[in-house]
Design a binder for this molecule. Structure first.
Ligand code: SF4
Ligand code: SF4
Length: 170
């Protein structure tokens, strides 16, 4: 499976129009109930993820700017031996969100070192949950998923597998 960012983007561009049609199919054409749909998305994700090494990819750490709660800022500051204020001052900016009010200022993420997360155990929930395929309500999150096909090989491949197994006519 391709993990090169340029290659993944090219593949996703080629599939973009088809993916937007698949979105319509998921919303209006697919006969599966929401819970069954989610179950199949989770099963497919598990299988696809087993075949990909995220440490060889790290595209999300280069593309996405993760958000942090106050508690996550405190935890990361303690790990780095600095104060929350200094951490914010150096790496973060406000984003207007009540629950996760901070976000990295730059991408790639400043905590990505040698293609690995240098703060892995204390990374925020936003990173732990990425690419959010294990969250419920897949059918209402297809727009974000299609956008992620451009950067995440797992999402790209899961969407391709779902098209095949759900009988989407290409
Ligand atoms: S905190 Fe770690 S896992 Fe999250 S984006 Fe940065 S490098 Fe990646
Ligand atoms: S979650 Fe997706 S983008 Fe991030 S490292 Fe894994 S395969 Fe790459």
């Amino acid at each position: 499976m391709a993990v090169d960012l340029i290659q993944i983007r090219a593949l996703a561009e080629r599939k973009e129009e088809e993916n937007w049609k698949f979105r319509q199919f998921v919303k209006f054409g697919c006969k599966l109930k929401e819970k069954e749909m989610d179950r199949q998305v989770w099963e497919t994700t598990k299988r696809v993820w087993a075949g990909i090494d995220c440490t060889a990819c790290a595209n999300c750490c280069r593309e996405v700017r993760p958000t942090f709660s106050e508690e996550e800022v405190n935890r990361l500051a303690a790990r780095l031996g600095t104060t929350p204020l200094q951490l914010i001052d150096t790496y973060l900016e406000p984003n207007g969100d009540d629950d996760n009010p901070w976000q990295t200022r730059t991408s790639p993420c400043p905590f990505l070192k040698d293609n690995r997360c240098s703060v892995y155990e204390d990374r925020p929930a936003d990173c732990k949950g990425y690419p959010y395929l294990y969250e419920p309500g897949f059918s209402s999150r297809t727009m974000a998923m299609i956008e992620r096909t451009f950067t995440c090989p797992i999402v790209y491949e899961v969407i391709e597998e779902l098209k095949r197994s759900w009988g989407f006519a290409r």
